[in-house]
Structures are given as structure tokens and as C-alpha cells.
Design a protein around this ligand. Structure first.
Ligand code: CP
Ligand code: NVA
Length: 340
């Protein structure tokens, strides 16, 4: 069985590329909002925040963040709230599960209210256009905490987890099997940006959004990443260093669960499928997992499973994103608040 590797050595902030504070408000709506160099710099900042959290207490003191969630959440909500709290900032959570964000008033009007009071907006929505529109209208940074199209914070935490295990991400073979959903899109874009070999297998009917694939291919041309999109889960997983899966029926598609279960059965990540990957291959899942559907207990509970490392790293990566977007520097600059 695979023995978990030790995290990479302590990062020396003097020797690593730092993430400059954005000159103008930046958003994180898609993985594409970050250049490959920015992703690596974000990972360096994440390592420092993870290893020395006390150094960053108070860097976002006086900053305020609002979160509107149209869908349920455990990890995303709590890691954003705990992360902001540990950096000295405050969070306001608005449960938006009863109606869509723009049901009562227009996104334009909401954005121009929020930007007068609050330093940063976090959205979890059904429509990706809702996050994009909010980012267009609001003068403060907007973070996508999951939309139907992408889940960038999760994919960043996942590739940070892979970097902890393998170091150089351009040398890994990352395989994803299952639904061509928001997770698959952000993972494909992240793998392309980081120069990895990425294999994705989905059923024909539940493939990736072709626009995302075209964008990922354009990124891969520059980074020398290798992207393979297919329908055969065994082929995708063969020789992989990490095997990732996600729910067969994402939030908002629960009513299709039974119909999808029959189609997705060959994509279950079980011991037989893991046999095609390297013996040391990691198992990954963003969670929540549907045990007995997309993954068996045997695989998710195995020593090779890093699902809780991924969940932990949501906290650290999002702290880095908040410090970056809100101009907290990396502990070198005093926090500045525009509103508080
Ligand atoms: N992985 C993830 O985003 O989990 P939640 O839906 O619980 O936030
Ligand atoms: N694809 C899943 C991810 C959950 C974190 C969903 O959208 O429900």
C-alpha cells in the first residue's frame, strides 16, 4: 500500500515568488482568472499560511466579507468563515437556498449596495452567469464558491494537495472519472495551467462543456500539459498518480440520481478500477461522497485516500485567496480597509 508522503519542506518566503497585491480589484470566478505563475505563487502563500498561521492573525482586521449561498454547503461555508475569522476579518452569511439571489431585486442593484458596505463577495449559485454578472457590477472582489460551471476554490485546494504529495505538478498523471461537471471543468483547467497530464473519462451523454475543453486546450498549448478526454474509465486511470471522482448527480440534479446511477455504474471508483492506476495512486474526492455510488468504502477509506487532506486544504487555500484579493499582503503590509 502507498505510504503518504511528507508535506514538502518549509517554504522560505525570501526564496519563493510572492503574489503581488492586485493593483485593481480582482475576482476569482474561474481557474482561468489566474495565470499559471499566479497559481504557483498562491500555493507558496498557502504553504506559508498553513505552516505559520499565527504570523497572519489580524492581517485582514477590519475587512468584511459577505457570502450568499443558493445551495447547501459544509466545507466551503465553514472554511471561508473560519479562514476569515483567523485572519481577523468578519463574515456575514446569507442563506439564499429559498430563492435565487436575483429573485427580489436585480444583481446590478444588489452589487451596487454591497460594494458600499462590504470588502468582498462570495457566491455559491446555480447559474454561472450570476457570479459573472456580480463580478461585472461590483467594484469589490467576487469569489465563485461553486456554480454549475466551475468550483475553482476546490480545484486549487486539490492541486495544492497534489503538490504536497508529489512536488512538481508537471510530472503527474491526474485522472478524473465520472460526471463532466463543475468539478471536472475546474480540475481540467487547473491541470492544464499547471502542465500536468490530465485524463478525463465521462459517459458520452455527460461530457465536459466543449467551451471549457477548448479553453483548457489553449492553456495546455502554452504550458505543455497533456489533456486526454475519453469515455473509457479504465483507459483514463491507467498509470495514474491520482484518481478523482465526484457525485454522479450534483446539487440541482438530485431528481436524476436514479437514471444517472445506471449510466455511471461503470465509472465507480472501486478496488478493481484502482488496479489500473499506479499502486501508489492517491484517491481524491471533493466531498460530499455518495459511498457505494461513485466510490466504494474500501477506496475512500484506504490509506491512499487524501479526501480529508483536500478538505483541510480548502481552509488554507481560501485564506491565501482572501489575503491576496483583500490586499493583506503576506504579513508584510498592514491591512487596509476601504469600508470599515
Ligand atoms: N467540496 C465542497 O465544496 O463541499 P461543500 O458543498 O460542503 O461546501
Ligand atoms: N459537483 C458537485 C460538487 C459539490 C462540492 C456539486 O455541484 O454538487
Amino acid at each position: 500500500m502507498h505510504m503518504r508522503s511528507e508535506p514538502v519542506a518549509l517554504i522560505d518566503p525570501r526564496k519563493t515568488s510572492l503574489l503581488p497585491e492586485p493593483a485593481a480589484p480582482r475576482d476569482l470566478i474561474s481557474i482561468q482568472d489566474l495565470t499559471p505563475a499566479e497559481i504557483l505563487a498562491l500555493f507558496n502563500l498557502t504553504s506559508m499560511l498553513k505552516q505559520r498561521p499565527a504570523d497572519y492573525r489580524g492581517v485582514l482586521s477590519g475587512k468584511q466579507m459577505v457570502m450568499f449561498f443558493e445551495k447547501p454547503s459544509l466545507r466551503t461555508r465553514l472554511t471561508f468563515e473560519a479562514g476569515m475569522d483567523s485572519l481577523g476579518g468578519s463574515t456575514f452569511f446569507v442563506d439564499q437556498t429559498a430563492s435565487r439571489l436575483n429573485a427580489r431585486e436585480s444583481l446590478y442593484d444588489i452589487a451596487h449596495n454591497l460594494e458600499r458596505w462590504i470588502d468582498l463577495i462570495v457566491l455559491r449559485t446555480f447559474s454561472h452567469a450570476t457570479v459573472e454578472e456580480m463580478a461585472t457590477y461590483a467594484a469589490v472582489p467576487v469569489i465563485n464558491a461553486l456554480s454549475e460551471l466551475e468550483h475553482p476554490c476546490q480545484a486549487l485546494a486539490d492541486f495544492f494537495t497534489l503538490q504536497e504529495h508529489f512536488g512538481d505538478l508537471s510530472r503527474i498523471h491526474f485522472a478524473y472519472v465520472g460526471d463532466g461537471n463543475n468539478m471536472a471543468h475546474s480540475l481540467l483547467l487547473a491541470g492544464a495551467s499547471l502542465g500536468a497530464k490530465v485524463s478525463i473519462a465521462t459517459p458520452e451523454r455527460y461530457g465536459l462543456n466543449p467551451v471549457i475543453v477548448t479553453m483548457a486546450e489553449a492553456i495546455a498549448d502554452k504550458t505543455k500539459a497533456s489533456l486526454r478526454i475519453m469515455t473509457d474509465p479504465r483507459k483514463a486511470v491507467t498509470g495514474a498518480d491520482a484518481v478523482y471522482t465526484d457525485a454522479w448527480a450534483s446539487m440541482g440534479h438530485e431528481q436524476e440520481a436514479e437514471e444517472r446511477a445506471a449510466i455511471f455504474a461503470p465509472y465507480q471508483v472501486n478496488a478493481a478500477l484502482m488496479q489500473f492506476a499506479k499502486p501508489s495512486a492517491l484517491f481524491m474526492h471533493c466531498l460530499p461522497a455518495h459511498r457505494g455510488c461513485e466510490v466504494t468504502d474500501q477506496v475512500i477509506d484506504s490509506l491512499n485516500s487524501v479526501v480529508f487532506d483536500q478538505a483541510e486544504n480548502r481552509l488554507h487555500i481560501q485564506k491565501a485567496i482572501l489575503v491576496w484579493l483583500l490586499g493583506g499582503g503576506v504579513g508584510r503590509f498592514p491591512a487596509r480597509s476601504t469600508h470599515a
